[in-house]
Design a protein around this ligand. Structure first.
Ligand SMILES: [Zn+2]
Length: 437
């Protein structure tokens, strides 16, 4: 990739590009009278707002600097991102669904481009926000046309989201520390004749909330074996089923006893699903082979030690980009990539001086409509707040169930078989020890 640092040179290059683009757009217009024009989203003229008057800016601490007509991103981490919004509520992109997202850039093409879909209420104050997104690999669509600038043209139709509720374009999933400079983001009705568009690769269904009305699901990730019995006792007593996302290497480790733990969870009716093999930031892995290893080995371990398969996958740290999603879709038929809309924030507070903030974070997200949880059982404090979390979830009137059930998966066990029951009223179960940690 071409790199440069001379900004006056850049400005000239941008000026030239804009003239060429104007020519292109104008040229296209004269041939196709019935089509609406595209529109410019961002030319990075400085400040917090783009050409549409909507917000643009970095996420997860992405280092950046900018000038008049460009922004430079210095990614150091796969979860960093940069968003440029079409609207903070909902932008209807349907009239443009046959057009192209055009990005003029320089530097690395080792990143993903996402089109983000807002929640049904088009409300940034609700959770999740955004509700979902679809993603493509920049490198598959990038072409070099000018000495100092590359272009990306992605058909809007390659983003499988609800186009009536678009909130932003984002740049994420960086798997290189190289700099990315963005000059222009826009929607164009046509592309240059010599540009060929790659086929759209399937990228799995990305979910952050339940589909079934009035449902609520706990997705529980990594844990400490010594807390498993305590957690299981709570689950039994509360009479709820949950989904465990399990790291393959933990499952195969003999010292951890996790195989026994999850066999028991399965026998009690809980769902057990995939959470990678070694828990890396998968999208940040440099090669496709490394990503494939994480997926294939986690599938193999689950089959070998538990005798099950799952098409539900929770990405470690919630980090996904186009490559992870595409490889999941390659190995797993119709995968569900399960992030969350309720974060108990145990990763932040469990071992802090304010462990009670876990419950506050949980409540905060539940009140905003979140219904799909991320939590762990790595700390006694998180487990000690679990009953309260269940109570808060029940107070919404929603029914607690496994993730596959809340997704209305036809292969999920039927709901009526696990109508909420109170095992605590059953004398046999009350004799069971509640705490064995
Ligand atoms: Zn995890």
């Amino acid at each position: 990739m071409i790199m440069h640092s001379c900004s006056s040179y850049l400005v000239k290059a941008i000026g030239l590009t804009q003239a060429l683009l104007a020519l292109l757009v104008h040229g296209a217009k004269s041939f196709i009278h019935t089509r609406p024009d595209g529109f410019v989203i961002d030319t990075f003229r400085g400040g917090d707002f783009n050409d549409l008057g909507a917000w643009h800016g970095p996420g997860e601490g992405m280092p950046f600097d900018g000038g008049d007509g460009y922004i430079r991103l210095f990614p150091v981490n796969a979860d960093q991102n940069y968003h440029t919004q079409l609207s903070s509520s909902c932008f209807d992109l349907r009239p443009y669904n046959y057009m192209y997202l055009h990005i003029a850039f320089a530097g690395t093409d080792k990143f993903s481009i996402s089109l983000n879909q807002n929640n049904k209420q088009c409300d940034p104050g609700l959770s999740p926000y955004p509700e979902t997104w679809d993603t493509v690999e920049a490198s598959r669509y990038a072409i070099s046309r000018y000495p100092l600038q590359n272009d990306i043209y992605v058909p809007i139709s390659h983003f499988k989201i609800d186009l009536s509720r678009v909130v932003s374009v984002s740049f994420n999933g960086f798997y290189s520390d190289d700099i990315l400079t963005l000059f222009r983001v826009e929607v164009l009705p046509d592309i240059p004749d010599d540009v060929s568009i790659p086929e759209k690769l399937p990228s799995g269904t990305m979910v952050l909330k339940c589909k079934r009305p009035n449902s609520f699901a706990f997705g529980i990730d990594d844990g400490e074996p010594y807390l498993a019995q305590h957690l299981m006792a709570i689950l039994k007593e509360e009479g709820i089923l949950v989904t465990f996302f399990v790291v393959g290497r933990g499952l195969e480790s003999l010292e951890s006893n996790f195989t026994q733990v999850y066999r028991e969870m399965l026998s009690l009716g809980h769902q057990v699903a995939l959470h990678s093999y070694t828990h890396p930031k998968m999208e940040g892995l440099r090669t496709i082979e490394q990503i494939d290893d994480e997926i294939v080995q986690s599938i193999d371990v689950m089959k070998h030690f538990l005798g099950i398969e799952s098409r539900y996958f929770r990405p470690p740290y919630g980090i996904v980009g186009a490559r992870t999603r595409e490889r999941l879709a390659y190995f797993i038929d119709d995968p569900y990539i399960v992030n969350w809309s309720v974060d108990i924030a145990d990763w932040l507070y469990a071992n802090s001086s304010m462990p009670e903030m876990q419950l506050k974070s949980f409540e905060h997200d539940v009140k905003r409509g979140g219904d799909l949880v991320v939590m762990h059982y790595l700390s006694p404090s998180t487990v000690s707040y679990f009953r309260d979390a269940i109570r808060l979830a029940r107070e919404t009137g929603k029914q607690i169930m496994r993730v596959d059930q809340c997704m209305e998966d036809p292969d999920a066990p039927p709901l009526h078989k696990q109508t909420p029951y109170k095992l605590s009223l059953d004398p046999e179960s009350s004799s069971e020890p509640l705490e064995e940690s």
